[in-house]
Design a protein around this ligand. Structure first.
Ligand code: LMR
Length: 396
């Protein structure tokens, strides 16, 4: 039976990790996978996480099954972080949340939930979107279509085309939106644009699925959730998938959440029962460790403040890196204007070089980025920025 298998191509993002690790060039630069790095190129464990882990180690007294929903305390606290504890949908008891194995787990739970709502469902994703969105939804049997989003030439949003496309979307369809720090373009909707999209979702009746993988990496944890909160205050039905990988630095612990918002508390109970069934069939129940860390942090005023400070530190460093790269490139008098990079938000931007130049940067200069020329800004350091800018200038 296995003889019928054909090898799958390497994952466009994770495949780079192996190549980078095997590269022996001492000047190699990793702008591939979206992980935060400090000025030494290391991905540290947050101090608040260390403290919470020590607390967990000394107080944990069982390893018994946690159940498909995961930790109730985590679910409450993460819902309040995403939506705000005064949100009308929360006060009306219309939100149900489960802990999931990372943001990707949340998306897969959402995908299976959607197919329970409608067989042959269609989801619209931005062009471009995170490389894994398409495979993930197709694996669940959902048809993936795209709406215009990023203009590679003008480095801006195609907002009018996006709206014109979403005007045509069927009321039975799902539309995936990135809450903030759009992956891969770094171009976010403004608050005014979110207002327009939320009104459109309400009038057209499509179901928004918002993917929030970078809350706190854009402007701050509340501003980054503007679209989520606005949408949830406007429409009757919505799905939110969130991740604690980046903002809590918990990548390998795999902790995220999937929230379903329904039109009434009773309908939310029904949706929740479906959600539990979906989780039970997919992986039975989520891992507990990451959730325990997050709930310890969010449940303590002192640790939460420490986390917000550490989050700000990561955000400021990434924004600083944007300027560092642009200054270094402009200092080399390259013909292209890269200032758009400083105007974008979050972990990523498109450098704007072609696929051959991406290959050349990898093969000749050991500079690693996704084939679309998406760069993970966190991989830039004061030490590697000159080498990086010179390598880019050479391939241009
Ligand atoms: C990325 O886009 O680099 C991250 O979300 C990591 C991943 O799983 O792809």
């Amino acid at each position: 039976m296995f003889d019928q298998l054909n090898p799958m191509p390497a994952d466009p993002i994770l495949g780079l990790l192996n190549e980078y690790r095997q590269d022996t060039n001492p000047n190699k630069v990793d702008l591939g996978v979206g992980v935060y790095k400090d000025p030494a190129g290391h991905t540290p464990i947050l101090e608040c996480v260390k403290t919470a882990e020590q607390y967990r180690l000394s107080t944990e007294n069982t390893k018994v099954y946690i159940g498909p929903t995961g930790s109730a305390d985590f679910n409450t606290l993460i819902t309040e972080l995403c939506f705000d504890n005064e949100h009308p949908a929360l006060l009306a008891n219309r939100i149900r949340t489960v802990s999931t194995p990372g943001g990707t787990g949340a998306l897969r739970v959402a995908a299976d939930f959607i197919t329970r709502c409608k067989k042959d469902a269609v989801i619209w994703v931005s062009d471009p979107t995170w490389a894994n969105h398409t495979g993930l939804f197709e694996a669940a049997g959902i048809t993936v279509k795209t709406y215009p989003y990023y203009d590679y030439d003008t480095k801006s949003l195609k907002f009018e085309e996006m709206i014109a496309c979403l005007e045509q979307v069927s009321a039975d369809d799902v539309v995936l939106l990135h809450a903030c720090c759009h992956n891969p373009s770094g171009m976010d909707l403004t608050q005014e644009q979110w207002d327009i999209v939320a009104e459109l979702a309400k009038t057209k009746g499509f179901t928004p699925l918002i993917d929030m993988a970078y809350q706190g990496f854009g402007t701050d944890e509340d501003t980054d959730a503007y679209g989520v909160r606005k949408m949830a205050a406007t429409v009757e039905n919505m799905i939110l998938c969130s991740s604690c990988s980046k903002n809590f630095g918990l990548y390998r612990e795999r902790i995220g959440s999937c929230s379903i918002i329904s039109s009434s508390a009773a309908k939310a109970d029904t949706a929740f029962s479906v959600l539990l069934y979906v989780v039970r069939c997919l992986y039975s129940m989520p891992p507990a460790h990451g959730a325990a860390i997050v709930e310890t942090i969010l449940g303590s005023a002192e640790l939460k403040q420490q986390w917000l400070d550490e989050l700000k530190h990561m955000r400021d460093r990434i924004n600083g890196n944007r300027k560092l790269l642009v200054d270094a490139l402009h200092g080399l008098n390259v013909d292209l204007d890269f200032s758009f990079i400083t105007e974008q938000k979050g972990m990523f931007s498109f450098l704007g070089v072609n696929p051959q130049q991406v290959e050349q940067l990898k093969n000749e200069y050991s500079v690693y980025m996704v084939g679309s020329s998406r760069i993970s800004i966190a991989g830039i350091t004061e030490t590697n920025v000159d080498y990086l800018a010179q390598s880019i200038a050479k391939v241009l």
